[in-house]
Design a protein around this ligand. Structure first.
Ligand code: C2E
Ligand code: MG
Ligand code: MG
Length: 508
């Protein structure tokens, strides 16, 4: 068939139509968009795929007519099903911009069917953009300002992908199906890196050509937001498409915005929560890292990143130099443990971890041997710290054995009239002694201690007596509330240091 000769008639007679392929939100499985793809339906030859006529129409500079016809089809479908919240991506060709004023022509079609500009997304392949950088930029800005989304199509299929990303602003990046479908270890690493890059750039991601569950799961797990491919559905005629989405969840505009926010998070980041703020500090979410050279028991910090510097400040070192001096000083209390860890890193090939508790903060220090030359060993070091409130920290430290043994554990400081409840599993009416220990004792006695034992409890808990107590602990049995009844429980007050005592209640 002579496509060029037949083309105008085919458009006029409605033989050129859009097929629609759904796009699926990876983490919800809802249909979030659809791509409109051209099909030439010839009364004699049947359905002709675009591979047969796109390039010849581009060559003859007629492609803009086809693109506009497809956009019109998408707008009609939107207009006939307004309650369905559909939105579409359409394909444009480089030649379009050279031949006609695409912006005005597209705006006219949208006006004709009363379609908002955020319903039609413009897919542009990277080869479209290597020419006329400035002119293309101006046109893209025009579309952006009018509220259209610009999607880069077939990313990674050509030679200029990175140049295109550098020079233009895109909302969505569609990864070329060749990378998705190869799916060997190199392709997976490339996919991983592309997704990482989209998060850094703050662009959303679509994978094309997803055909298997394995590909879908992998892409979902690395944070790729949207899937398109035969695994979900082939491109369909308008009616088949409507039937298909009738039984599916379709994402509303507000849901799209909602899930687009989630798309900002970098699943691959060492610190995913920090990755949410796209900012100019490109390494803001890196992990703490230092490179240590270890030679004959001498420790030298060769490289220390900003995150690592923050961690050493928490241990009390203002500079790397101070840290280096300390760890090389035999009197420094953690030197021995550090040297042992570095030696273990040299002997064992895996990551070594040592935890220390300094200033109510748990520091986990990780080290791994990277390289060795003569007596020099290059060791990578990372620090992970969790600081906690005093009570949480104590619970963390003693939790397992405490829970098993005691109903309630409270640290009391009579000289300051204060108390800190570490935990209670007894279900008392409230936490006692938060403002005053003295008041807490009185309240506890009247709320939780059975009346017959109340006087005895109060004289047991005489603060003068406790402050001056000689023994390591005192204890006695009292009838104490346990739900709706009273039970005999053992109350013990044990001496700690610094004028502190541990108050415990234990069921018998
Ligand atoms: P594209 O824009 O990258 O569209 C995706 C192509 O991949 C479609 O082929 C689609 O059917 C196919 N595809 C989708 N999922 C899978 C999958 O899981 N496996 C495989 N093997 N293929 C899948 P189609 O419809 O034949 O279109 C081919 C290309 O023709 C399009 O690639 C696009 O560049 C161009 N094209 C299609 N319609 C238009 C149009 O209206 N205007 C312009 N300028 N180009 C168009
Ligand atoms: Mg496309
Ligand atoms: Mg594509």
């Amino acid at each position: 068939m002579d496509f060029v000769k037949e083309f105008d008639n085919a458009v006029k007679n409605g033989h050129i139509v859009a097929y629609f392929q759904p796009l699926t939100r990876a983490i919800t499985g809802s249909v979030c968009s659809a791509e409109a793809l051209a099909r030439w339906i010839d009364p004699d030859l049947g359905i002709i795929p675009p591979s047969e006529f796109i390039s010849i129409l581009e060559e003859k500079r007629l492609i803009y007519k086809l693109d506009l016809a497809i956009i019109e089809d998408a707008c009609k479908l939107y207009n006939e099903n307004r309650n369905m919240n559909l939105n579409f991506s359409v394909n444009l060709s480089r030649i379009d911009f050279e031949e006609v004023d695409m912006f005005s022509l597209i705006e006219n079609i949208l006006k004709k069917y009363n379609v908002p500009s955020n319903v039609i997304h413009l897919e542009i392949t990277e080869s479209t953009m290597i020419y006329n950088t400035q002119k293309t930029k101006t046109i893209f800005e025009q579309f952006h300002n009018a509220g259209f989304e610009l999607w880069i199509d077939d990313f990674g299929s050509g030679f200029s992908s990175l140049q295109v990303l550098r020079d233009y602003e895109f909302d969505v990046l569609k990864i070329d199906m060749s990378i998705v479908q190869k799916f060997d270890i190199n392709s997976k690493k490339i996919l991983y890196s592309i997704i990482n890059m989209t998060k850094k750039l703050g662009i959303h991601s679509v994978a094309e050509g997803v055909e298997t569950d394995e590909q879908y799961q992998f892409l979902k797990n690395i944070g790729c937001e949207i899937m398109q491919g035969y695994y979900f559905s082939k491109p369909m005629s308008k009616n088949d498409f409507l039937n298909f989405v009738r039984y599916k969840e379709i994402e509303s505009k507000s849901e799209s915005n909602y899930w687009n926010m989630a798309g900002g998070i970098n699943f691959l980041s060492a610190d995913p929560l920090k990755s949410l703020s796209v900012n100019d500090d490109v390494i803001s979410d890196a992990s703490p890292l230092a490179l240590i050279e270890y030679t004959n028991a001498k420790i030298k910090y060769f490289f220390v990143n900003e995150q690592y510097k923050k961690e050493i400040k928490k241990i009390g070192f203002e500079t790397v130099l101070e840290l280096e001096k300390a760890v090389n000083d035999k009197k420094y209390e953690y030197r021995e443990s550090l040297v042992r860890q570095l030696n273990n890193s040299i002997i064992h090939n895996d990551i070594q971890r040592v935890d220390n508790i300094i200033n109510n903060t748990v520091f986990s220090h990780f080290t791994k041997l990277i390289a060795n030359n003569d007596d020099k060993y290059l060791i990578a070091s990372s620090i992970n710290s969790i600081s906690t409130k005093r009570t949480d920290f104590l619970v963390l430290k003693y939790s397992q054995s405490l829970y098993k043994t005691y109903d309630c554990v409270t640290e009391i400081t009579p000289k300051d009239d204060s108390a800190v409840q570490i935990y209670s599993t007894a279900g008392f009416a409230k936490i006692y002694g938060t403002t005053s220990l003295k008041q807490g004792i009185i309240d506890f006695a009247s709320n939780e201690v059975e009346e017959k034992d109340r006087e005895r409890y109060l004289s047991f808990f005489d603060l003068e007596r406790i402050i001056n107590m000689e023994e390591d602990y005192i204890q006695d049995k009292f009838s104490i509330r346990s739900g709706n009844i009273y039970k005999i429980k053992n109350v013990r007050i044990s001496k700690l240091d610094d004028g502190k005592f541990l108050y415990t209640i234990q069921s018998i």
